[in-house]
Design a protein around this ligand. Structure first.
Ligand SMILES: Cc1cc2nc3c(=O)[nH]c(=O)nc-3n(C[C@H](O)[C@H](O)[C@H](O)COP(=O)(O)OP(=O)(O)OC[C@H]3O[C@@H](n4cnc5c(N)ncnc54)[C@H](O)[C@@H]3O)c2cc1C
Length: 157
Protein backbone atom coordinates (compact mmCIF):
# COMPACT_ATOMS: atom_id res chain seq x y z
CA UNK A 1 0.00 0.00 0.00
CA UNK A 2 1.58 3.29 -1.02
CA UNK A 3 -0.44 6.47 -0.62
CA UNK A 4 1.38 9.39 -2.22
CA UNK A 5 1.46 12.06 0.47
CA UNK A 6 3.66 14.91 1.63
CA UNK A 7 5.95 14.26 4.60
CA UNK A 8 3.83 16.48 6.88
CA UNK A 9 0.88 14.17 6.32
CA UNK A 10 2.94 11.15 7.30
CA UNK A 11 4.49 12.93 10.28
CA UNK A 12 1.02 13.56 11.69
CA UNK A 13 0.40 9.81 12.04
CA UNK A 14 1.49 8.23 15.30
CA UNK A 15 3.01 4.95 14.17
CA UNK A 16 3.59 3.94 17.80
CA UNK A 17 -0.21 3.61 18.03
CA UNK A 18 -0.73 0.65 15.70
CA UNK A 19 -4.53 0.74 15.73
CA UNK A 20 -4.79 4.47 15.06
CA UNK A 21 -2.10 4.35 12.36
CA UNK A 22 -3.78 1.41 10.65
CA UNK A 23 -7.16 3.11 10.77
CA UNK A 24 -5.73 6.34 9.30
CA UNK A 25 -3.99 4.53 6.44
CA UNK A 26 -7.10 2.45 5.77
CA UNK A 27 -9.09 5.68 5.33
CA UNK A 28 -7.10 6.27 2.16
CA UNK A 29 -8.66 3.10 0.76
CA UNK A 30 -12.22 4.04 1.57
CA UNK A 31 -14.61 2.06 -0.62
CA UNK A 32 -12.23 -0.87 -1.10
CA UNK A 33 -13.47 -4.34 -0.18
CA UNK A 34 -13.38 -4.78 3.62
CA UNK A 35 -11.40 -8.00 3.13
CA UNK A 36 -8.62 -5.82 1.67
CA UNK A 37 -8.73 -2.94 4.15
CA UNK A 38 -8.67 -5.57 6.91
CA UNK A 39 -5.16 -6.42 5.74
CA UNK A 40 -4.24 -2.96 7.06
CA UNK A 41 -6.44 -2.68 10.13
CA UNK A 42 -6.45 -6.27 11.40
CA UNK A 43 -2.82 -7.26 10.93
CA UNK A 44 -0.91 -8.85 13.81
CA UNK A 45 2.02 -6.64 12.82
CA UNK A 46 2.05 -2.92 13.53
CA UNK A 47 2.25 -0.77 10.39
CA UNK A 48 5.78 0.36 9.62
CA UNK A 49 6.45 3.61 7.80
CA UNK A 50 8.75 2.94 4.84
CA UNK A 51 8.82 6.12 2.77
CA UNK A 52 10.00 6.20 -0.84
CA UNK A 53 12.06 9.26 -1.67
CA UNK A 54 12.61 10.46 -5.19
CA UNK A 55 13.69 13.69 -6.85
CA UNK A 56 10.97 15.63 -8.69
CA UNK A 57 10.13 14.32 -12.17
CA UNK A 58 12.34 16.08 -14.69
CA UNK A 59 15.09 16.74 -12.15
CA UNK A 60 18.38 17.58 -13.84
CA UNK A 61 21.60 19.40 -13.10
CA UNK A 62 24.06 21.68 -14.85
CA UNK A 63 27.12 19.99 -16.32
CA UNK A 64 29.85 19.57 -13.76
CA UNK A 65 33.18 18.90 -15.48
CA UNK A 66 34.39 15.32 -15.17
CA UNK A 67 31.35 14.06 -13.21
CA UNK A 68 28.04 12.42 -14.08
CA UNK A 69 25.50 10.12 -12.47
CA UNK A 70 23.72 7.02 -13.67
CA UNK A 71 21.23 4.51 -12.37
CA UNK A 72 19.48 5.23 -9.09
CA UNK A 73 22.00 7.94 -8.27
CA UNK A 74 20.67 9.91 -11.26
CA UNK A 75 16.97 9.10 -11.08
CA UNK A 76 15.92 7.29 -7.94
CA UNK A 77 12.19 6.58 -7.97
CA UNK A 78 9.51 4.67 -6.17
CA UNK A 79 9.53 1.07 -7.47
CA UNK A 80 8.28 1.04 -11.06
CA UNK A 81 9.93 -2.14 -12.38
CA UNK A 82 12.40 -0.17 -14.50
CA UNK A 83 15.20 0.80 -12.10
CA UNK A 84 17.61 -2.02 -13.02
CA UNK A 85 16.75 -1.68 -16.71
CA UNK A 86 17.44 2.04 -16.61
CA UNK A 87 20.70 1.59 -14.72
CA UNK A 88 21.96 -0.92 -17.31
CA UNK A 89 20.72 1.25 -20.19
CA UNK A 90 22.48 4.29 -18.69
CA UNK A 91 25.71 2.30 -18.39
CA UNK A 92 25.50 1.16 -22.00
CA UNK A 93 24.76 4.65 -23.28
CA UNK A 94 27.55 6.17 -21.21
CA UNK A 95 30.01 3.58 -22.50
CA UNK A 96 28.96 4.22 -26.07
CA UNK A 97 29.23 7.99 -25.64
CA UNK A 98 32.77 7.66 -24.25
CA UNK A 99 33.74 5.29 -27.07
CA UNK A 100 32.40 7.81 -29.60
CA UNK A 101 34.36 10.70 -28.02
CA UNK A 102 37.55 9.08 -26.68
CA UNK A 103 39.44 12.39 -26.66
CA UNK A 104 36.67 14.61 -25.33
CA UNK A 105 35.14 13.30 -22.11
CA UNK A 106 33.05 16.46 -21.66
CA UNK A 107 31.39 15.93 -25.05
CA UNK A 108 30.73 12.30 -24.11
CA UNK A 109 29.18 13.19 -20.73
CA UNK A 110 27.06 15.96 -22.25
CA UNK A 111 25.78 13.61 -24.94
CA UNK A 112 25.01 10.89 -22.39
CA UNK A 113 23.18 13.27 -20.03
CA UNK A 114 21.09 14.78 -22.80
CA UNK A 115 19.35 11.47 -23.57
CA UNK A 116 19.49 10.17 -20.00
CA UNK A 117 17.47 13.13 -18.69
CA UNK A 118 14.81 12.61 -21.36
CA UNK A 119 14.69 8.85 -20.76
CA UNK A 120 14.44 9.09 -16.98
CA UNK A 121 11.74 11.79 -17.19
CA UNK A 122 9.63 9.58 -19.46
CA UNK A 123 9.97 6.56 -17.16
CA UNK A 124 9.32 8.61 -14.01
CA UNK A 125 6.19 10.08 -15.62
CA UNK A 126 4.91 6.61 -16.51
CA UNK A 127 5.74 5.37 -13.00
CA UNK A 128 3.86 8.28 -11.41
CA UNK A 129 0.83 7.49 -13.58
CA UNK A 130 0.90 3.88 -12.37
CA UNK A 131 1.12 5.04 -8.74
CA UNK A 132 -1.75 7.43 -9.28
CA UNK A 133 -3.75 4.58 -10.80
CA UNK A 134 -2.96 2.22 -7.92
CA UNK A 135 -3.62 4.69 -5.11
CA UNK A 136 -6.34 6.82 -6.71
CA UNK A 137 -10.03 6.14 -7.08
CA UNK A 138 -11.51 3.49 -9.36
CA UNK A 139 -8.41 1.33 -9.15
CA UNK A 140 -10.06 -1.89 -10.28
CA UNK A 141 -11.39 -0.34 -13.49
CA UNK A 142 -8.04 1.32 -14.21
CA UNK A 143 -6.20 -1.98 -13.80
CA UNK A 144 -8.68 -3.79 -16.05
CA UNK A 145 -8.18 -1.12 -18.74
CA UNK A 146 -4.40 -1.53 -18.55
CA UNK A 147 -4.64 -5.33 -18.81
CA UNK A 148 -7.06 -5.10 -21.74
CA UNK A 149 -4.79 -2.58 -23.51
CA UNK A 150 -1.76 -4.84 -22.94
CA UNK A 151 -3.70 -7.78 -24.33
CA UNK A 152 -4.52 -5.84 -27.50
CA UNK A 153 -1.14 -4.14 -27.97
CA UNK A 154 1.58 -6.20 -29.66
CA UNK A 155 4.71 -6.36 -27.52
CA UNK A 156 7.29 -4.16 -29.26
CA UNK A 157 10.30 -4.50 -26.99
C1 LIG B 1 12.80 -4.14 -3.20
C2 LIG B 1 13.24 -3.66 -4.56
C3 LIG B 1 12.69 -4.26 -5.69
C4 LIG B 1 13.09 -3.84 -6.97
N1 LIG B 1 12.54 -4.44 -8.07
C5 LIG B 1 12.94 -4.08 -9.30
C6 LIG B 1 12.42 -4.72 -10.46
O1 LIG B 1 11.59 -5.63 -10.39
N2 LIG B 1 12.86 -4.32 -11.68
C7 LIG B 1 13.77 -3.32 -11.81
O2 LIG B 1 14.15 -2.99 -12.94
N3 LIG B 1 14.27 -2.68 -10.72
C8 LIG B 1 13.89 -3.03 -9.47
N4 LIG B 1 14.40 -2.40 -8.36
C9 LIG B 1 15.29 -1.25 -8.54
C10 LIG B 1 16.71 -1.69 -8.84
O3 LIG B 1 17.18 -2.59 -7.85
C11 LIG B 1 17.59 -0.43 -8.86
O4 LIG B 1 16.99 0.57 -9.65
C12 LIG B 1 18.96 -0.76 -9.40
O5 LIG B 1 19.59 -1.72 -8.56
C13 LIG B 1 19.81 0.50 -9.49
O6 LIG B 1 21.12 0.11 -9.85
P1 LIG B 1 22.32 1.05 -9.47
O7 LIG B 1 23.54 0.33 -10.01
O8 LIG B 1 22.07 2.44 -9.94
O9 LIG B 1 22.35 1.14 -7.89
P2 LIG B 1 22.59 -0.04 -6.83
O10 LIG B 1 22.15 -1.37 -7.36
O11 LIG B 1 22.01 0.47 -5.55
O12 LIG B 1 24.18 -0.11 -6.72
C14 LIG B 1 24.89 0.86 -6.01
C15 LIG B 1 26.08 0.16 -5.38
O13 LIG B 1 26.96 1.14 -4.82
C16 LIG B 1 27.40 0.67 -3.58
N5 LIG B 1 27.81 1.85 -2.80
C17 LIG B 1 27.01 2.76 -2.19
N6 LIG B 1 27.74 3.69 -1.59
C18 LIG B 1 29.04 3.35 -1.79
C19 LIG B 1 30.27 3.93 -1.41
N7 LIG B 1 30.32 5.05 -0.70
N8 LIG B 1 31.39 3.32 -1.81
C20 LIG B 1 31.37 2.18 -2.57
N9 LIG B 1 30.21 1.60 -2.96
C21 LIG B 1 29.07 2.17 -2.57
C22 LIG B 1 26.21 -0.06 -3.00
O14 LIG B 1 26.62 -0.98 -2.01
C23 LIG B 1 25.67 -0.78 -4.24
O15 LIG B 1 26.30 -2.03 -4.45
C24 LIG B 1 14.04 -2.80 -7.09
C25 LIG B 1 14.59 -2.21 -5.94
C26 LIG B 1 14.19 -2.64 -4.70
C27 LIG B 1 14.82 -2.02 -3.46
Amino acid sequence: MAPTKPQDWLAAIDFTDAAAAGARIAQEFDGWAPELTALITDSDTAPVLRPFHAPPIGHRWDRLPGVTLLGDAAHLSAPNGEGANLAMYDGTELGQAIAAHPDDIEAALAKYEQTMFTRSTEIATEGAEVYEMLSGGNTAHSMINVLVEDEQTPISR
